[in-house]
Design a protein around this ligand. Structure first.
Ligand code: FES
Ligand code: FES
Length: 173
């Protein structure tokens, strides 16, 4: 789960800086956002400041995956990306997936299998699983494990979370 900024230099370079502040235009969960940020703000901090607290602050070094969000459909560590790099891109956070009364099938499957314990890693797990199922609707167990391997869980043995992704894939058929 590495952030990719390929081909995005011109979009970032076009952002104006005034008195040390930048205005970034991005899309989060389908809604256009205009953020005032400092050039050295990380995407994770900007998201949390704007109320998207599902992205969790763990290691801040790209190692735990608890800050994962989807950037143009790919799971990335938001603690490693500058907020400015989200200019003109589509971000999906866990808040964009479902609601308590209408959960996303992956959220439902994580609950049904007991894959959720303290919940800290779960937004990263579910978003990584979503990126996988969007491109590979019937993944093998190895593919599921590979998709989740960037997200560390302090509570579980990962078995139930792998079961949850399998269950969500089955239910989608
Ligand atoms: S907080 Fe980003 S990978 Fe750990
Ligand atoms: S459920 Fe607690 S860290 Fe994963």
């Amino acid at each position: 789960m590495k952030p990719s900024n390929k081909g995005r230099k011109s979009a970032v370079a076009a952002i104006k800086v005034q008195d040390g502040w930048m205005t970034v235009e991005t899309t989060v969960n389908g809604a256009r956002q205009s953020w005032k940020i400092r050039p050295d703000d990380f995407l994770l901090d900007a998201l949390r400041r704007e109320g998207f607290k599902g992205a969790k602050k763990g290691c801040e070094t790209g190692d735990c995956g608890s800050c994962a969000v989807l950037l143009d459909g790919k799971a990335v560590a938001s603690c490693l990306l500058l907020a400015a790099q989200s200019q003109d891109r589509e971000i999906t956070t866990i808040e964009g997936l479902g609601t308590p009364s209408e959960p996303h099938p992956l959220q439902e499957a994580f609950v049904d299998t007991g894959g959720i314990q303290c919940g800290f890693c779960i937004p990263g797990m579910i978003l990584s699983a979503k990126a996988l199922l969007d491109r590979t609707p019937s993944p093998t167990e190895a593919e599921i494990r590979r998709a989740l391997d960037g997200v560390l869980c302090r509570c579980t043995g990962y078995v139930k979370q792998v079961q949850a992704v399998k269950l969500a894939a089955e239910r989608k058929k």
